[in-house]
Design a protein around this ligand. Structure first.
Ligand code: FAD
Ligand code: FES
Ligand code: FES
Length: 468
């Protein structure tokens, strides 16, 4: 079967390209579209930004083509910088604004900025300066400085809101299975088919957004004989909400989950805005963050503090496991070889419960945590009646701080209490030193987060908008 997608409005049917060739290499080498640039090849610089419409959503989303593989283009509409000005040869309004506002010098970064802003212009969002900065957080420019680029963004987005475009033929149908260059690529559409493929090829990587796995294709140039893609399974992209909980399918993107998360747990929403960039959040998933099992993944500590439950599915049926029990050791989880992560269920906060999370990293945007602390407290009549606290970056796995929890529970809610609880952190964790942070720094900063939590909750410190 072929990989079918539209590229700048024209249907492409690829039958011989490696399914794990990066989309960036495909565009530049195979399609001859060299306007899309390669900078870092790891999702950090935005030079490779393209726009895609996936799963018939009609939404234009900016993505990093260096981390996507050709298989992920199947069934999508793809727009590159070459596809913007075709009609009549005029510059598209973002391109024109970049020219008018002097938003480019060497120009290497410019196509990526244009594509990120093209997606913003069509997002239907009310474009404030904050939104512009959010939309540009994944694009680096070393020459121009951002003022003129932000001016261009304001000018280009000042017109009437444009929410979707019609860029040619209707969505091509994704194939489901593809073979080329001795590689098999499966993109099942049902959960049953996904589980059957998983059973058949237990060693094949499960590919979701590819913002972790993509590095193996992009940087390490690995060619897996079999790859199984999960994001074409509608059921895995589901997000369900009721009075008690939010259930997020393993293949739902951060972008789709964000509105639900930020309305139920605003502090968690602030954190999600800081995961990578829009390009990363448009494809990356909480399921992948859990599956990756990194000790510094941002969402697991929050999900553990919120007492979330993971649903796993395999040929024998479904089972549930508390997320805190899922992580066994460094990058080792309880997932069986024939299982997949189906979804995560996050309980809503009940009366008296407060949730806060703080990410400590070297940069505010686009950076991995050195330490992340997540706190769910129940406060009743000035007392802490329950505490669930989890940290990332402090151990080989994301883990609860049982001693700190015990030191808080049953105590009056006061700065003295939190300072005492903070001193228990050394009993809970013996962190490692690495290039991000020393063990001493990690312990110290984790301790300080308790004081920050108290002052934040008492309204003394506006942490929601404070850059770290
Ligand atoms: C530039 C950049 C910035 C980043 N910033 C952050 C950050 O700020 N915070 C952070 O935590 N992470 C960050 N990441 C890492 C990454 O974006 C996240 O871990 C993301 O959640 C991964 O999701 P994904 O869908 O892309 O996973 P993928 O890369 O597709 O998969 C990741 C792992 O999960 C497994 N997996 C995926 N789906 C399933 C499933 N259904 N069942 C079982 N296993 C599954 C895969 O096999 C793989 O092992 C960043 C990455 C990049 C490139
Ligand atoms: S080349 Fe830098 S983000 Fe893709
Ligand atoms: S204009 Fe040179 S990197 Fe942006």
């Amino acid at each position: 079967m072929a990989i079918k997608f539209t590229l700048n409005g024209e249907l492409r049917e690829e039958v011989s390209v490696s399914p794990t060739l990066t989309a960036l290499e495909f565009l530049r080498e195979n399609a001859g579209l060299t306007g899309t640039k390669e900078g870092c090849a790891e999702g950090d610089c935005g030079a490779c930004t393209i726009v895609m419409v996936r799963n018939g959503s009609g939404k234009l989303e900016a993505v990093n083509s260096c981390l996507l593989v050709v298989g992920q283009l199947d069934g999508a509409k793809v727009v590159t910088v070459e596809g913007l000005s075709e009609k009549g040869g005029d510059l598209e309004s973002v391109q024109q604004a970049i020219v008018t506002e002097d938003g480019t010098q060497c120009g290497f970064c410019t196509p990526g900025f244009v594509m990120a802003l093209h997606a913003l212009r069509h997002s239907g969002e009310t474009v404030t300066d904050e939104v512009i900065h959010d939309a540009l957080a994944g694009n680096l420019c070393r020459c121009t400085g951002y003022r003129s680029i932000v001016d261009a963004a304001r000018a280009a987005c000042a017109g009437p809101e444009v929410s979707t475009i019609d860029d040619g033929p209707s969505d091509p149908q994704a194939s489901g299975a593809y073979e080329a260059q001795n590689q098999l690529y499966f993109a099942p559409k049902t959960i049953e088919e996904l589980i059957a493929r998983r059973l058949e090829y237990p060693d094949a990587p499960l590919l979701s957004g590819g913002t972790d796995l993509g590095l193996l294709f992009s940087k390490q140039r690995q060619k897996f004989p079999v790859t199984i893609y999960t994001q074409n399974v509608d059921e895995l992209r589901r997000i369900e909400e009721n009075d008690r909980s939010i259930t997020i399918g393993a293949a739902a993107t951060y972008t789709d989950a964000l509105p639900h998360i930020e309305s139920a747990y605003p502090s968690f929403g602030v954190l999600i805005h800081r995961i990578g960039s829009r390009q990363i959040r448009n494809v990356g998933t909480i399921g992948g963050n859990i599956g990756n099992a990194s000790p510094i993944g941002d969402t697991p500590p929050c999900l553990i503090a919120l007492d979330s439950v993971l649903a796993l599915r395999g040929p024998g049926g479904a089972r549930e496991i508390a997320l805190e029990d899922f992580f066994l050791d460094y990058r080792k989880t309880d997932l069986a070889k024939d299982e997949i992560i189906d979804s995560v269920r996050i309980p809503k906060l009940s009366k008296g419960q407060i949730f806060r999370t703080y990410k400590i990293s070297k940069r505010y945007d686009q950076d991995i945590s050195s330490v992340i602390g997540a706190f769910r407290l129940t406060l009743e009549d000035g007392m802490v009646t329950a505490a669930r606290i989890a940290f990332g970056g402090m151990a080989a796995i994301p883990k609860r701080a049982a001693e700190c929890e015990a030191a808080l529970t049953g105590k009056p809610w006061s700065e003295e209490t939190v300072r005492q609880a903070a001193t228990a952190i050394g009993k809970d964790f013996s962190p490692l030193s690495d290039h991000r942070a020393s063990a001493e720094y990690r312990l110290r900063v984790a301790e300080n987060l308790f004081v920050r939590l108290f002052r934040d909750i008492e309204g003394a410190d506006d942490v929601e908008v404070m850059a770290l």
